[in-house]
Design a protein. Structure first.
Length: 452
């Protein structure tokens, strides 16, 4: 398998496209700005000026004319988090995974197969809004439950309605040849999403469960070729059997810069070396990987890997859409496994959640740092909660990783559009959102119970 540089460039351009139709001129005033740009660092009592959906100036005492002013004095201004891998359609399965009484894979597979397009849209819309509320401004959603065309449209519509930035990775519902992916719909969606689209599309790719199945490999090759023909990014799971699956990707020469490998806590040093040499990315989801028993996700194992980022992997599986908890677990597993309190570095974990994630999803030129010219995707974290009280100053990285929660995220801006302010999501009917989610979840579990 060989790809041209033009194909890789086309896919990168496609991913960085975004709409600014709702953008405002905004001045974020007087915050502690963590740019996450190593060449700039942190800036105290600093303003961020936003125009046309982009950051146009960073500094003190900026003149903003009639721009909307958002006060950030005493707060932290940080790039929006990037969720490098998720499954938002499982959001309304929350609480159904009960260990011995209900393991994730059999339970989620059974429920997923009974989802209507309405269930899909309800779950994914709720999940995306939860991400936003938690300070996550970009998601890479692995939608591997496209049962029919209406489900595919429902998933795309859910992300678009939410206001999040991201990529819908379009995929079939299983690893067999029983339900082939609808490549015509994938082409249709790709053709409709122009360069102004805030939500793009990619391929949610699955490897054959039986890796000697020539027919299945032929189908997977067709999916892979279609994605590359369209210039789309690809994510692929190697969970369950990371060794053989990674070996299959290597032997069949599928590794290249536009492919992201998901769940590789047991990858060998040699496999990681080959991944790195190919320019592929790594999406790591510590909470879900440890919950389902893949092993301990230790970031010292990936120390020499360039393109890696953190993912939620489904709000219900992770428990909630919380990047703070994800970083916290990563830090604790790292220090515990190394038997060294000094092993993890809080700043590096924040980098994985911001600029590192942006590199994984192919958007580092547009998001991931607070830099002049980049998209205005940011969050404002207030420090006036009990769990953040007692901070005496200095680098706030450890404070955020070990003490912050989504409730501390006061404001979220995506592409110059304020989507959360004063702790509340904008233009979201919360009672109706919760009612719809409960109704869909109860109807789904009832349908499955009746069929058993």
């Amino acid at each position: 398998m060989r790809l041209t540089s033009a194909t890789i460039l086309a896919s990168s351009v496609f991913l960085t496209a975004v709409s600014t139709s709702y953008a405002e001129d905004i001045l974020v005033e007087g915050g502690y700005v963590m740019t996450m740009d190593p060449g700039v660092g942190d800036l105290e009592q600093t303003d961020v000026l936003i125009k046309g959906g982009r950051i146009v100036a960073i500094g003190r005492g900026l003149k903003a004319g009639t721009a909307r002013r958002i006060q950030a004095k005493g707060a932290i201004v940080l790039p929006g988090f990037v969720d490098t891998h998720s499954h938002l359609y499982v959001t309304t399965m929350r609480g159904q995974f009960r260990n011995k009484e209900g393991q994730f894979f059999p339970v989620s597979s059974k429920l997923a197969g009974s989802m209507t397009p309405h269930d899909v849209e309800t779950a994914m819309h709720l999940g995306a809004l939860e991400l936003i509320s938690s300070g996550i401004t970009t998601t890479a959603d692995f939608f591997d439950n496209v049962i029919g065309p209406a489900h595919g449209e429902a998933g795309l519509r859910a992300l678009q309605r939410s206001g999040i930035r991201g990529t819908l990775y379009y995929g079939g519902p299983d690893k067999t040849t029983k339900h082939p992916m609808n490549l015509d719909q994938l082409r249709s969606i790709a053709s409709r999403l122009d360069k102004s689209a805030q939500v793009g599309v990619g391929l949610a790719w699955r490897l054959p469960r039986n890796r000697t199945d020539a027919r299945n490999w032929a189908m997977r090759q067709q999916e892979f070729d279609t994605a590359n023909e369209l210039g789309l990014p690809i994510q692929v799971h190697v969970s369950g059997e990371p060794g053989p699956m990674l070996d299959a990707l290597i032997e069949r020469e599928y590794l290249y810069p536009n492919l992201t490998v998901v769940h590789a806590p047991d990858a060998s040093a040699e496999q990681l070396r080959v991944l790195e040499a190919a320019g592929s990315s790594l999406a790591v989801t510590p909470i879900s990987e440890q919950r389902v028993g893949y092993g301990l996700t230790r970031f010292d194992q990936f120390a020499l890997f360039s393109k890696q980022g953190l993912g939620i992997d489904g709000n219900s599986l992770a428990g909630s859409a919380e990047m703070f908890a994800t970083m916290r677990l990563a830090s604790l597993t790292w220090s515990g496994g190394a038997r060294s309190e000094t092993a993890p570095d809080a700043r590096s974990l924040l980098e994985l959640a911001t600029i590192g994630g942006a590199e994984v999803v192919g958007m580092a030129s547009e998001i991931g740092t607070l830099s002049v010219g980049k998209r205005a995707d940011l969050q404002i974290i207030r420090l006036d909660s009990l769990n953040l009280a007692g901070f005496g100053g200095g680098d706030p990285s450890a404070l955020l990783v070990h003490s912050a929660h989504p409730s501390d995220v006061d404001t979220v801006i995506i592409g110059g559009r304020v989507v959360k302010i004063d702790g509340d999501l904008v233009d979201v009917d919360r009672p109706k959102l919760l009612q719809d989610a409960e109704g869909s979840a109860r109807a789904l579990t009832s349908r499955v119970a009746e069929r058993d």
